[in-house]
Design a protein around this ligand. Structure first.
Ligand code: SF4
Ligand code: SF4
Length: 204
């Protein structure tokens, strides 16, 4: 079965980390054990799913050094990765080419892109399309199960603050496609003020 359009895995690393992540690691809230029993992330029903992960130029280079073919990145300066058909017998839909469908692990876990590190946090436009917000994606079963936990809304606030840091602002400002379109099934929305200003060209 292919789940609703989704992505990301708390998989084991296929890399020892010798290449180093292209950016700081974000705190993760979903336990790896929960992700290992979930088949939502990294799989997509359509080849052109708008949720397939975006890689910056540096993240593309890191993925290629880890063994991912450059052919999956149509724009080496930054792009969403091309998906491949799910190779498992009888499977439908598509997977990220960095995903090992047999063991359910991300092959580039240590250098997976910011877009993947963020999930189940969604970085997206607000409903009016003018501002940038973060929230939690209800397509993630862990979010559905824990939506009433105070820790989970506090986590979104923490990520919003981290994204407003200068390092993150620069990375996202340089790659505005990291900000997705508004999604109605994202909850606990927090504004990312610095990023909103940056994307409007109002740096201060
Ligand atoms: S949808 Fe949520 S629980 Fe499932 S693999 Fe992704 S982050 Fe983990
Ligand atoms: S890069 Fe890794 S975590 Fe991200 S979608 Fe692909 S397999 Fe999943």
């Amino acid at each position: 079965m292919v789940n609703s359009a989704n992505k990301k895995s708390e998989g084991l690393s296929a890399s020892s980390g010798s290449y180093g992540p292209p950016h700081s690691k974000l705190p993760q809230i979903v336990p790896s054990s929960r992700c290992f029993s979930c088949d939502v992330c990294c799989r997509f029903p359509e080849k052109d799913s708008f949720l397939r992960p975006f890689f910056t130029r540096e993240e593309i280079q890191a993925a290629i050094r880890t063994g991912i073919s450059p052919k999956f990145f149509p724009d080496p300066e930054g792009c969403q990765i091309d998906l491949i058909p799910n190779p498992l017998p009888g499977a439908q839909g598509y997977i990220c080419p960095c995903f090992n469908a047999e063991n359910g692990h991300c092959k580039i876990y240590e250098v997976r892109p910011l877009d993947c590190q963020l999930y189940p946090v969604a970085l997206m436009r607000n409903e009016q399309g003018q501002g940038v917000v973060v929230g939690l994606d209800m397509k993630c079963p862990y979010v559905q199960e824990h939506r009433s936990d105070t820790a989970i809304s506090a986590y979104v606030q923490e990520v919003a603050s981290l994204l407003d840091s200068s390092e993150m602002l620069h990375q996202i400002d340089s790659n505005p496609s990291l900000v997705q379109r508004h999604q109605d099934d994202v909850i606990f929305l927090y504004p990312v003020e610095g990023l909103t200003r940056a994307l409007k060209g109002q740096r201060k």
